[in-house]
Design a protein around this ligand. Structure first.
Ligand SMILES: Nc1ncnc2c1ncn2[C@@H]1O[C@H](COP(=O)(O)OP(=O)(O)OP(=O)(O)O)[C@@H](O)[C@H]1O
Ligand SMILES: [Mg+2]
Length: 378
């Protein structure tokens, strides 16, 4: 196990594609860290640099206090699981899992012939590890099958087994669940969390899926355009996003953004005015342009289960354009004086599509961002 650090790491492809831009990030010993961000933000590139498959243009990559920029991939003691894992089609599950170990630990035919005793011991050891790993992943009944005789999820577990069996210092996983159907993805997600808990191996997990990030990461590093936006525990990223990008990326349905101006302790948003909490620092930004951020679950139907006092300063009237009944909650698409908002409502709400209703916003939970920089004001 080991700590992994990016210290001022950049990767420039060609002349000017800054895939990763001055990344400073420390993954603690034994931590499950998720790198998340939209397509093309540099997640895979960051991972490949740690693995040694891509050379950093500048900065230091550090594993367990050792600078590894010049250490060949095979000596970094890292195991990678990719989205498109390739199993050897002609080998059984058993051999797929054992293959890398044999290659690594049984050093060539000549060595084996001259070290018969050692070689026998290593073979026994490999056999034990393969069986233990397969049992841990629930594929011990499949060891004699070939990959084409397995389901997608079973194949995925074989690929994981191949990585786990090596007992590396660090696991790198690049969207390993994206080929699975929704149900299997949720199941395997839980298995991976359990596995990390049992093995305690430092893991860097890449995904563009914010739900995966929120549910799996002990901490989440959100990236955009090669730049780290925020690295924190999931609740912190959700409740205290550092900027508008993070606020909009994490959470579904996404946060509502309303462009406004600060006016006497309130925010003017077109025809509406929303009061700021008493001590909010945006109150001192008189006349300045800001963006008010409201999560869909912080908007209430004033006639049903409203969790905040209803006042002049936190309500607005809107037309319910579309109402999606999801069972546990309703998603309402609202239109108010040309503004579009999404609200997550309790299913017992009586609002109906095509009619007008009054809605209240929990402004204590609202976010304010600087209109220019996008930085959170708090
Ligand atoms: N070998 C390469 N040569 C040139 N540009 C590259 C190369 N690999 C990646 N890039 C560019 O670097 C940027 C980051 O790519 P990267 O693959 O790291 O993104 P990602 O966050 O993993 O995206 P995705 O979610 O789509 O996998 C992109 O703009 C991509 O086009
Ligand atoms: Mg990628």
């Amino acid at each position: 196990m080991a700590k992994v650090s990016f210290r001022g790491v950049s990767k420039v492809f060609g002349k000017d594609v800054r895939a990763v831009d001055n990344l400073d990030l420390e993954i603690r010993d034994g931590e499950f860290m998720v790198l998340v961000g939209p397509s093309g933000c540099g997640k895979t590139t960051a991972l490949r640099m740690i693995a040694g498959l891509e050379e950093a243009t500048s900065g230091d990559l550090v594993i367990a206090e050792n600078r590894v920029n010049d250490v060949p991939p095979k000596d970094r003691d890292i195991a990678m699981v990719f989205q498109n894992y390739a199993l050897y089609p002609h080998m059984t599950v058993y051999d797929n899992i054992a293959f890398g170990l044999r290659l690594r630990e049984l050093k060539g035919t000549l060595w084996q012939l001259t070290h018969l005793g050692d070689a026998r011991q290593i073979r026994l050891d490999i056999d034990r590890r393969v069986r233990e790993t397969a049992a841990m992943l629930g594929i011990d009944g499949l060891l004699a099958r070939r990959p084409k005789e397995l389901s997608g999820g079973q194949r995925q577990r074989v690929a994981l087994g191949r990585a786990i069996v090596r007992k590396p210092k660090v696991f790198l996983m690049d969207e390993p669940l994206s080929n699975l159907d929704a149900k299997l993805r949720i199941q395997t997600r839980a298995e991976l969390i359990r596995l990390h808990r049992d093995l305690g191996v430092t893991t860097i997990y890449v995904t563009h899926d914010q739900v995966e990030a929120m549910t799996m990461g002990q901490r989440i590093a959100v990236m955009n355009n090669g730049v780290l936006q925020q690295c924190d525990e999931p609740e912190t990223v959700y409740n205290k996003p550092a900027n508008k990008f993070v606020a909009g990326f994490i959470g579904a349905p996404p946060m509502n953004f309303l462009n406004g101006t600060v006016n006497e302790g309130k925010i003017d948003v077109g025809p509406f005015r929303f009061g700021l909490p008493t001590a909010h620092p945006a109150r001192s930004m008189e006349g300045q342009a800001v963006v008010l951020g409201v999560r869909p679950e912080d908007i209430y139907d004033t006639k049903n289960g409203v969790q905040v006092p209803v006042t002049e300063d936190n309500t607005f009237e809107a037309q319910v354009d579309v109402l999606e009944k999801l069972g546990a909650e309703d998603t309402a698409y609202l239109v108010a004086e040309g503004l579009n908002l999404i609200a997550t409502l309790d299913p017992s709400s009586r609002v109906a599509a095509g009619t007008k209703s009054r809605f209240a916003v929990d402004l204590d939970k609202a976010h304010v961002f600087d209109a220019q920089s996008g930085h959170a004001i708090r």
